[in-house]
Design a protein around this ligand. Structure first.
Ligand code: ASP
Length: 341
């Protein structure tokens, strides 16, 4: 029997064509063979389906993550792999969220999109879709993880980040090598793949949106910090710190943090730097964070930190100790296994 791949279309530039007047509009996914006739040559069967509401990915929410996951869950046994077509703006968030939702994954789920719509001559969408399909159906190297394919690179989904609103190579994975590269042939790095799930698949669908990101900058005022930490119903905060995880040591800042922790808010330290890691206690400026019980995010991306915190708070709402423990560990390859030195 031929391999089968399911395309799940969620929206974004990739699904757009130009109408007679030259304006861009989404095309119905069942017409993908008209837009991409090359698909007829694929040695595997390609089926398509789409979210009930097609969105620009700037409107992405955890409810849509659940919709995408349920589409895949319902058809999990019928397909060998899945390709999710997604707007680029928040694709790294969705890839990260899906990686946490699918526990014991044993099939590839590959997100891709494009910088130029499918319907324009120089589109990067054609190449991205075809490579993602090839990888999702590849027998030579079976990739049992949530990945993101863009401009010749297959990245671990929860390690990727959008870096360009202009270039075709719009994504990067600064702290983890790409899993495969497309040239004349695909070159794979199977030693980097996550192990294939051997237990039954579990799909976790609860997210807690009551979190905030507090991005530090020189001169940030106590009012701003207190306003964020004092937001009603807040359960978790990601502090985007400087360099290797450093934050101001001024008493008002420490007091504001201690007060939040006393109120049961879980706080994680993630660096603003694109590459490298939080190393708690390397400088006095991060020693205080560690002393207070703030969790070091090591080399995690902001996208993975946000979705991981929402996922853990939603999945274990009554077990903050477990949430804290899991935030400090790698669950799906999203951070280095051991604290970085
Ligand atoms: N705004 C679009 C989106 O993320 C951009 C894109 O598709 O690349 O949905």
């Amino acid at each position: 029997m031929k391999d089968r791949v399911l395309i799940v279309y969620t929206g974004g530039t990739i699904g757009m064509v130009q109408d007679e007047r030259g304006s861009l509009r989404p095309f119905p996914m069942e017409h993908i063979y008209d837009v991409l006739p090359e698909l007829r040559k694929c040695p595997y069967t390609v089926d398509t389906c789409q979210l009930e509401r097609i969105i620009d990915s700037s409107n992405m929410t955890p409810d849509f993550w659940v919709d995408i996951a349920e589409i895949i869950e319902k058809r999990y046994d019928d397909y060998d792999g899945f390709v999710v077509l997604h707007g680029t703006d928040t694709m790294a968030y969705t890839a990260s969220a899906l990686s946490f939702m699918f526990k014991n994954l044993s099939k590839p789920i590959i997100l891709t999109g494009s910088q130029l719509p499918m319907g324009v001559l120089r589109t990067d969408g054609r190449e991205n879709i075809i490579c993602a399909l090839e990888l999702a159906s590849c027998r030579e190297a079976f990739i049992p993880e949530v990945c993101l394919f863009f401009e010749n690179h297959l990245y671990r989904g929860n390690r990727s980040t959008k870096v360009s609103a202009e270039n075709f190579d719009a994504f990067m994975s600064f702290n983890f090598p790409s899993l495969a590269k497309a040239g004349i042939n695909f070159s794979f790095k199977p030693h980097l793949f996550l192990p294939k799930g051997t237990q039954p698949l579990e799909v976790r669908k609860r997210f807690d949106r009551n979190i905030a990101v507090l991005k530090l900058f020189p001169g940030i005022t106590p009012q701003v910090v207190r306003a964020i930490l004092g937001a009603e119903g807040l359960h978790g905060v990601i502090v985007e710190t400087f360099g290797s995880g450093n934050a101001p040591t001024e008493p008002w800042f420490i007091e504001a943090m201690e007060d939040a922790l006393k109120r049961g808010i879980i706080v994680m330290n993630v660096t603003q730097c694109k590459a490298g890691s939080v190393v708690m206690c390397q400088y006095e400026a991060s020693y205080e964070m560690s002393r207070m019980g703030i969790i070091g995010g090591r080399d995690i991306t902001l996208e993975a930190a946000v979705t991981k915190m929402m996922y853990l708070l939603g999945t274990y709402p009554d077990n903050p100790a477990h949430v804290r423990k899991c935030l400090g560990e790698s669950l799906r390859g999203e951070m280095a296994d051991t604290p970085c030195k």
